[in-house]
Design a protein around this ligand. Structure first.
Ligand code: BG6
Length: 489
């Protein structure tokens, strides 16, 4: 898709647009700027479609939820009028030249910026980037490209993609998107840690026993089996979404909140980690399950998936960061499809209080006496801290209670979708939440040897029933490091 906002970015023109916190949550900030009345969106693909058909398609999912006081239907109409469609081949410079002509008709003699958002299979990335940069880049403003994952399948293919992209674009023009970085509670991680004295000093091996990054979905690969089978859950979720959260969570204090300072710290964390070992990984694949009269299909029941596929739809892994702050602290990841619930969360389990006067009150299960901080990324965003508390009354009985920050109860504003934040950031030239090429390299180095070994040896995943809590192997992996998964206790 080619998006042509004609407002110069703050990075390039040196004049930062003033955006208040309230405005930031309101995408209409684009139209508050005089020039954004010239904002247009072009869909580009091989299928034939008219502008009207594209608008009809867009209108089916278009909402106007940010500011309900305004006249929604008028705003939607205004938006739809700016949507156009151009049909062309992905590798035809000529077709991109036709697109360029159309874009110019809209842009007139104004300074125009162009943002290409590539949500396309990786095997055509380079063709599109070549054609777009040669035949449809902006002549008097900036040209940027947002690239959706997967960025390759392993270190080699990712490096080849990066080399290829750099023939046509400089690093600053490339915005590698990981939409988990745009999620509200992931954005909030640094605020929570760096602006609260009750957390910041505790953020190390001295007080933290383990960190858990958990992703689960209560549906299978429905309709996406063809894509998924070539990638698997480790590439789909762990190597990017969960690893990015880990890097943000564990980084040292950056010099500032500038994009390069944050990305410098994140890449140091990734480089301090050892590549994953097979013995620190459990893989699973969901199988068909009948419950309440309903039969849920197994992964290999999908017609686009080979019957003998060993692609994991579940994985659990233990990772370690070899630096002074995190030495010996297990970072456990767990990601799976077709599990019993849909949830993404970060769990931080703290150490025992030394010489705890009340430890007798917890019987033999001393783990119950430790604090746990839970950051629920989705759904129903929340941050809660499990603490020990005296049950009111004359006796001395303790209870585990939650200090709870429940977003829906605390904030009346709707939380923007991750993509809203990231697309706006790309238009603004804000790179903080996008992945730099060295981060990508480091991330692939951690997972590539393991992925190769799994694939070369065709290691069979442990089967788990659709809708269950996943393979029991995940418990043994955690137990090996004296950890109990927080979401199961
Ligand atoms: C995508 C994965 O990156 O993230 C999908 O490819 C997954 O397999 C999705 O379903 C989850 O995103 P969200 O925002 O719905 O949690």
């Amino acid at each position: 898709n080619a998006v042509t906002p004609s407002t110069p970015s703050k990075a390039e023109n040196g004049a930062p647009a003033e955006i208040t916190l309230d405005e930031f949550e309101d995408l209409s900030v684009l139209s508050k700027n005089d020039d954004s009345t010239h904002f247009t969106i072009f869909g580009y693909a091989r299928s034939k479609m008219t502008d009207a058909e594209l608008r009809h398609m867009v209108s089916k999912t278009l909402t106007c939820r940010i500011d309900k006081r305004e006249n929604c239907s008028e705003k939607m109409e205004e938006f739809l009028k700016r949507c156009f469609y151009h049909s062309g081949q992905y590798d035809s410079e000529e077709h991109f030249m036709d697109l360029d002509k159309k874009l110019k008709q809209h842009e007139g003699s104004r300074v125009s910026n162009r943002l290409f958002y590539l949500s396309i299979p990786p095997n055509i990335f380079l063709d599109v980037v070549k054609c777009a940069s040669k035949s449809a880049s902006s002549v008097n403003g900036w040209t940027r490209v947002i690239v959706e994952k997967p960025f390759g399948r392993d270190s080699e293919s990712s490096a080849a993609l990066t080399r290829g992209l750099k023939q046509y674009l400089v690093e600053d023009q490339i915005f590698r998107i990981d939409h988990y970085l745009g999620k509200e509670l992931v954005e909030n991680l640094s605020v929570l840690r760096f602006s609260n004295l009750v957390f910041e000093p505790l953020w190390s091996r001295q007080y933290i026993r383990n960190v858990q990054l958990i992703f689960s979905e209560d549906f299978g690969t429905e309709g996406r089996g063809g894509y998924f089978d070539g990638y698997g859950i480790i590439r789909d979720i762990m190597q990017n979404h969960l690893l990015q959260i880990l890097a943000l969570f564990a980084m040292e204090t950056p010099i500032s909140l500038e994009a390069e300072d944050i990305r410098n710290e994140k890449v140091k964390v990734l480089r301090s980690m050892k590549p994953l070992q097979l013995e620190d990984v459990v893989i699973g694949q969901y199988k068909s399950h009948t419950k309440g009269g309903m039969t849920y299909p197994g992964y290999t029941d999908d017609k686009t998936v080979p019957k003998d596929s060993v692609t994991p739809t579940f994985a659990a892994a233990a990772l370690f960061i070899n630096n002074a702050r995190w030495d010996g602290v297990p970072f456990l990841m767990k990601a799976g499809k077709a599990l019993h619930t849909k949830r993404a969360e970060i769990r931080v389990q703290f150490r025992h209080v030394p010489g705890n006067l009340y430890k007798g009150s917890f019987g033999t299960d001393l783990d119950r006496a430790t604090n746990e901080l839970v950051i629920r990324v989705q759904p129903d965003e929340a941050i809660y801290l499990k603490i020990n508390n005296k049950i009111p009354g004359l006796g001395m009985r303790l209870d585990r209670s939650n200090l709870n920050l429940h977003y829906a109860a605390r904030y009346s504003k709707e939380i923007p979708d991750a993509y809203e934040r990231l697309l706006l950031d790309a238009i603004e030239g804000e790179r903080r939440l996008f992945i730099r090429s060295d981060e990508l390299d480091a991330a692939w180095s951690l997972f590539t040897p393991l992925l190769k070994e799994l694939e070369e040896k065709r290691i069979a995943p442990e089967l788990y029933p659709y809708g269950s809590r996943g393979p029991v192997g995940a418990h043994y992996l955690a137990a090996k490091y004296n950890v109990r998964w927080g979401d199961l206790s």
